[in-house]
Design a protein around this ligand. Sequence first.
Ligand code: TH1
Length: 807
Amino acid sequence: MQSTLTSKQLGVLIKNKLSRHYGISAEEADRKQMYKTCARAVVEILSDKRTRYYQKLKDQEKKKVYYLCMEFLVGRSLKNNLYNLGLEKEFREVLKEWNFDLEELYEDEPDAGLGNGGLGRLASCFMDSLATMEYPAMGYSICYEYGLFKQKIVDGWQMELPDIWLPGGDVWLNQRNDLAFRVKFNGHVEEIWTNDGLKTNYTDYDEVEAVPYDMMISGANSEGVAILRLWRARDVDKFDMKSFAKGDYNRAMNEKMNAELICKVLYPSDNHFEGKTLRLRQQYFLVSASIQNIISDHLQQFGTLDNFSEKIAIHINDTHPALCIPELMRILLDDYHYSWENAYNMVISTVSYTNHTVLSEALETWPEELIKQQFPRIYGIIQGMNESYCQEMWNRYPGEWGKIERMAIISHGQIRMANLCVIGSSSVNGVSKLHSDILKSQVFSDFYQASSEKFTNVTNGFAHRRWICQANPRLTRLLDDCIGEEYKKDGRKLADFKRYSDNRSILRQLRDIKLANKIDFSNLMDQKGVSIDPHSIFDVQAKRLHEYKRQLLNVLKIISLYLDLKDDPNLVMPPQTFLFAAKAAPGYYMAKEVIRLIWHLSADIEKDPVLREKIRVVFLENYCVTMAEALMPAAEISEQISLAGKEASGTGNMKMMANGALTIGTMDGANVEIFEAVGNENMFIFGMSAEDVERKWAEGYEASSYYHNKEKIHRVVESLRRGFNGESFDSIYRYLIVGDFGVGDPYMCLADFEDYLKVHQQLLDVYLDQHKWNQMSLFNIAGAERFAADRSIMDYARNIWNITPLH
Ligand code: TH1
């Protein structure tokens, strides 16, 4: 790709930085110092590039998008930026002169794990596309001091350790004291009548300072640089000298600790609503600082807010930043004195919202009292929006109390954030076709009837340059040779790879690449003391641990194979390694039980020399972006087995197919579109559809009848009670059959079990036909064409944000 610096210039840049920061020469530097120095050099290159880019954007007065998200799962930055800047070769050369290996330096960078899973990783992939395609954009989030916890497994139990990423990660952050804003909490609001009408007076509030830390992300082979602005909370300077003088040091410091608590740690639950006050304060902190920043930038450029919605799009990623709707209202009303109606229209036409889940336990509802106490003025505005919307609906649907109650923002003392988002924005989208249809027909059906024009779909995508070109250089070289390099800029060109589906030499190369990647991965794991046979089939389920994702169904399948082999040790079966990678939310009991089951099943199998030749189970500790980058290229089977209707999209499914894995999965989320892309011949679909699931619940689902009537199921479930490696899993037996926590088997593992086993067997049969398997793999790589994040971003830009790129 492009490069603007020679190795020589680079050498000078690095030497200067070493001398400035450490007072040493290149020969004296150790690896950590060299990593940091290279990162600083890249930051300087990026800053220059950004300055040029932002000047052009400003000159053209282009409309910008601001992407608000509580999570960005960035991963490592050095490699990505060097690749995108086209400077990997130059860095490698310079470093070699001083006996440093660039690949080793990469390993010194901690992951920026400021997200839980798919939601945060999607946001990061989008930043890459926005920069590459030169869309005017900025991301906003929180600079958590601790990202997602580090996972350790001790005797099957998940332990959570703090993720200390800032030493090492902070070189990428540029602190901007000049752009700090104040965020107000608590206090009292009075309404007073003045000559100019009703005014609000806000007193007795607490203040926290929000300081931005900017992370720059280079576009690939383009002039673009995206900024991810991360807010940190800082105590406003009101040191309690009185208490200090009296010797009450604790009291004097208290204020500071409270302020800084806000950005201490990322809440570690994925797809689950955590109704904690601190989380709510984090949300408002993000939103208030960002909106103030957006407004002040806009005023600086245009001197008026009258053209605000023409020049600005604000996107809220799930409901977590929903308070930006009343916050923007507040500023327009109280600080700039727009009328309620004008402010309301400006807000709606600026804001758009993506829904990422239909799980009821993930839907955010905050107690009215809490919102009122934390942000009294925001509460008043939400009340006003609720009243005006309900009035409008009452005029439209007179007498339909039930409907209006369902659509209200406030009901039974709770504030429903999803309703606030739908009402306060001009666009609502789901993240796959199926999911967007479910939003229209179920979750938001009343809203869809009332304002169908708001609803649309944007299927998720992944940064294909990161997940193919950087993660899988062998496959990249093959693609470059076959179809040229255009696909790097235009993902749709991957489809050209289909032309090689009958080319035996290419198919053999595909197989060799997969084997080489598997060997790399098993060597990597070897360093961590985990042994994996690279000649076995790599069957991978890598995602957060959640009941609806059904890691348990996968385990039940493995147990079934295990029992078959115990019955007949001579059974012919290609050797398989079942790889699990998953973090469980710290308080999620059933998820942790499933990890424990995987761990003990694995230990049990390891003890049996006959079994272990054919099936092995490996739990990969501490799954993170960096591990995923090694795992995706090595995966052969991609397990995407959620209960249909529950996984909004999934994105690991796309990354694995793009690296040549074949999917075994249900018709859920984006699997449906993978199916459209590759056809039934190139995928292993099983189980109930989303409609079947609805029907089954309506008929009445009895997990115990499967247990009593189906032999194979009975056998597997019984083995849970007997246990593995000396540990009984009665808890899971009871979860499935007795239903201690409500209904038995709430995610219908048993209903899909037999079909899953059958299709898995078909898959093994196909695996024996190497030629056919490689061909299917090729069709999957080519079919990933439509899942480039660039395509998702173009959909958002055209259909939702109404923005155009610089060039
Ligand atoms: C995930 C969805 O579960 C997944 O299907 C989707 O591919 C991904 O978002 C990106 O669209 C979600 N993650 C979270 C995390 C939280 C709350 C809701 C969701 S939905 C904290």
